[in-house]
Structure formats: C-alpha cells, structure tokens
Write a protein that binds this ligand. Structure first.
Ligand SMILES: [Zn+2]
Length: 461
C-alpha cells in the first residue's frame, strides 16, 4: 500500500510499526458549531483511508478527538448564556449524526479533551523539565520554539516565514518570542478552569491532540491525518510538543486532505457559501451523493463544489443503484442459473485486483469509481459476478450499495401477483388488460420489461 507522506513529500510504501496493525489519529471537530462540507470531505477521505487499511487486512485503531474546550466554544457559550458543556454536547451529537449519514465508520475511540486534562498537564510538565516550556508574564505556559530544532519540518516553512506569520496574528499573551505558542492558558474571569502546577487555567488547543493521541495510540504511532489547513500551525505544533516531551519520533506518516472550494472560492462567512450537510438535505439531496462527489476527486486535489457537480453526483449514484437493482432482477429471472465459468471467475479476480491497485495507490478513489462503472457497463461478466464485485468495492467506497439491494431487492407479493396475471393476459393476447396491469405495477413503483427470458421487473428508486 502506497501513501503520500506529507512529512517527506513523497509517495512511500506503508510499513506498520506492529505487523498487521495500524494506529491512526484523525483530528476531530471543535464542537462549537455545525461542521461544514469542507470538514466532511476530510472525514470522508479519512474514512476511505481507514477502509483501505482494512482492505489490506490491517487491524485499525482509529482515534478521533473531540475538542470540547476552546476559545470558540467559550465565546459561543457566552453569546448564548449557556454552559460550555451544553454547547459541546449539542454539536458533538450533530457531528456524529453527519458521520452516520455519510457512512463514515466509527473510530475506536473518540476522546474528549476535557477528560484528558491530567495527561495534558503531564506532557506540559515533561516539556518544562526539558526546557521546552516556560511561564509567561501573564501566567500562561508557552512552548519555546527556538529550543525545538526540527520546527517547520512538516510545513516546510523556515523560521523567518513562521515569525512573520505569527506577527500578523493578535497576541494577547506575553511571550519570549512571537512565534511561541500556548500550552496552558492562565485562568481568565468567567472562563472554565482546572487546577494545575502552573496555576488555574485551561489547555491550549494543540496540546490536546498530543495528549489524546499519545494516551490512546502510544508515543510513536503509524498515521496522523487531517485537513491541509491544519498543517501549520496545528500539526507542526503537535510534532514539536510530542517529540519534545518523549524525545522520540511521533508519527511515521502524515496525510493531509486538500481544500474544498465552493464555486471556485474558499468558503467564508462573507461570501455566505459555507454549506452544511443539512443544507444539502433541505434540497432533497441524499448525503451519500455528497460522498460520491467527494470520491470523484483525489483527496490531494482541490475539490470544487458546485450545485451542478452535486446534481451530477446525485444522478450518478442513482444510476449506480438502479443498475444494481436491475442486475438483481436479472438474477431473479434466472440469470443465476447460469453458473460462472472459470473464465468469468478469472476475469472477476483480475478486476478486483485492479480495484485494489487503484486504492493502494495513495487512495485512488476516482480510478476506483470509474472501474465500478466499467465493471457494470463494459465487462462480459454475468450479473452475479458483477454484483459480487461491486459489493467488494463498496467496502472501501462506502456508498451503501449493498443496502440498495437489501432495501429494494425483494419484490412485494402484490407486485409478483400482478406480474403473473399480466403474463397470463399476454399469453392469451389480452393486450388491453395486460397494459392496465402494467400501469398498476408501475403505480406500485416497479417497471416491467419483456425479455426473452420473461418479464424483467425492476424497482424504481
Ligand atoms: Zn488535532
């Protein structure tokens, strides 16, 4: 399995630390608002990564944090005059609902930052002992970037660029150097706080991820994934904190998913183009059509979201489902009595191998999707073999295609009876009656097509 490692800017063969296992940390949401479709694109890419590892028989342990204490959460709770915990539980619930609608598999652990304050303080103390941390005049604790030689390795920013970048951001805390970042924020009036050896306060955002990943995956683990906007400073700071504290390598592979654009532009409040999954649902769009759209662009390329492209994805997914239902109907008509020949099996094996090669080449979902279409339209395989293949593909694509046949594949007794009656009428050349029976069948949501083998009855979806 080949992955593009952002640490080395190269495609590399994935070598697990422990044979047969893969430790995966994926940065989760800060639960102060709905996640938008840009975030969801990242979660879909990470889900494909997880499924691809499973396809390669790795036992995956995925950890996705929930940041439930942060400036934005506190601000929202002040605006709404509610407890910050209520804000957190409201938006984390909505986050999980979105994941479910997009067929995103559950991570093994969803640690919440507020449950790991002790672990964060342990890390800060370690950093302090090694000279990586200091207390500022305002009582907050900062990470001393000048002490960490490798700083900027992931983002490939040199110190000068980092400095000028840091200077533009408003610094409300007292630091030795403008580029240093906060590990522990001194308590401020009306804000939630915890006791610590450095005085009462709350953790900085970056230390949360270091503590939760180390606690759940160990000091050294396989893969860390996130959106490209997190490379600097978040992932850069995670590396500095974790490697500073443990004195060893933190993660082998960093995978960063590219941005989603809307009509060619970055999503922003001023452009009013920040969409959520619910905005799609309000237009009657199946969330899985968004997943289909996301799979159509490689995760390292920018995805330009437009309503037209989404509409095309809606149609494509619909056609894919209909093709599957049609094939099941063909099987019901007796196609399955035709046994798969050795040549069929060999061909199916070859296609499955091609699918795996596409996925193993740094998660090539666009190639995998087009292979699914090719399998349906351009192979001489019988319906049974085709369905088997598509079902295998869907273990990685996650489009819920297996559900389609389960949900709609069984024909109701009433429809079956009408089809049989219509056949009788046809045999007796009572075509007017046969036609009116066809209409009845159509009203029940099925189409009938007369073939050499008999009537092909397909559910309309
Ligand atoms: Zn993170």
């Amino acid at each position: 399995m080949i992955l593009y490692n952002f640490l080395t800017r190269r495609k590399e063969r994935f070598k697990p630390i422990k044979p047969g296992r893969a430790g995966l940390y994926t940065c989760g949401p800060t639960v102060y608002d709905y996640v938008h479709i840009g975030n969801l694109r990242t979660y879909i890419f990470e889900d494909v990564l997880r499924r691809a590892l499973e396809l390669n028989k790795y036992k995956v342990k995925q950890v996705t944090n929930i940041t439930d204490i942060d400036d934005k959460i506190i601000r929202k709770s002040e605006d709404e005059k509610t407890d910050y915990k209520k804000i957190g539980s409201r938006y984390s619930k909505l986050f999980f609902e979105d994941l479910k609608k997009l067929n995103i598999k559950k991570a093994e652990v969803y640690p919440r930052a507020t449950k790991y304050i002790g672990e964060m303080l342990k890390l800060i103390t370690k950093l302090d002992k090694k000279g990586y941390a200091y207390k500022g005049e305002d009582g907050s604790v900062y990470f001393r970037i000048s002490r960490f030689k490798d700083y900027g390795r992931l983002s490939e920013l040199d110190k000068r660029e980092i400095k000028s970048g840091a200077r533009t951001s408003s610094d409300e805390y007292q630091k030795e150097d403008a580029q240093d970042f906060v590990l522990w924020k001194a308590r401020k009036p009306k804000e939630p706080f915890w006791p610590s050896p450095y005085g009462e306060g709350r953790p900085g955002w970056h230390i949360e991820c270091s503590a939760m990943s180390i606690e759940n995956l160990g000091e050294y683990f396989d893969i860390h994934a996130g959106g490209i906007d997190l490379v600097f400073p978040h992932h850069e700071n995670e590396i500095a904190q974790s490697e500073g504290a443990t004195g060893r390598k933190f993660v082998n592979y960093f995978l960063e998913g590219e941005h989603l654009l809307v009509d060619g532009q970055k999503m922003s409040k001023s452009l009013r183009n920040i969409y959520r999954l619910s905005d799609l649902e309000e237009r009657g769009i199946d969330p899985l059509a968004f997943r289909y759209l996301a799979l159509g662009t490689h995760y390292r390329a920018k995805l330009n979201f437009t309503w037209e492209s989404l509409e095309a994805a809606v149609n494509a997914l619909h056609n894919l489902r209909t093709s599957l239902l049609r094939m099941s109907a063909e099987i019901a008509l007796g196609e399955n009595k035709k046994r798969s020949s050795a040549a069929d099996k060999k061909e199916a094996g070859r296609i499955l191998k091609m699918f795996k090669e596409a996925i193993d080449d740094d998660l090539g979902t666009p190639a995998a999707l087009s292979l699914a279409w090719k399998t349906i339209n351009d192979t001489g395989l019988n319906s049974k073999e085709k369905i088997k293949l598509i079902t295998e593909f869907d273990k990685v694509l996650g489009l819920g295609l297996g559900e389609t046949t389960k949900k709609y594949g069984k024909m109701p007794v009433k429809v079956k009876q009408l089809v049989m009656e219509r056949e009788k009428s046809r045999v007796h050349k009572q075509f007017i009656q046969a036609d009116s029976l066809r209409k009845k069948i159509e009203q029940l949501g099925y189409t009938v097509e007369d073939t050499g083998r008999g009537p092909l009855v397909v559910r309309k979806i």
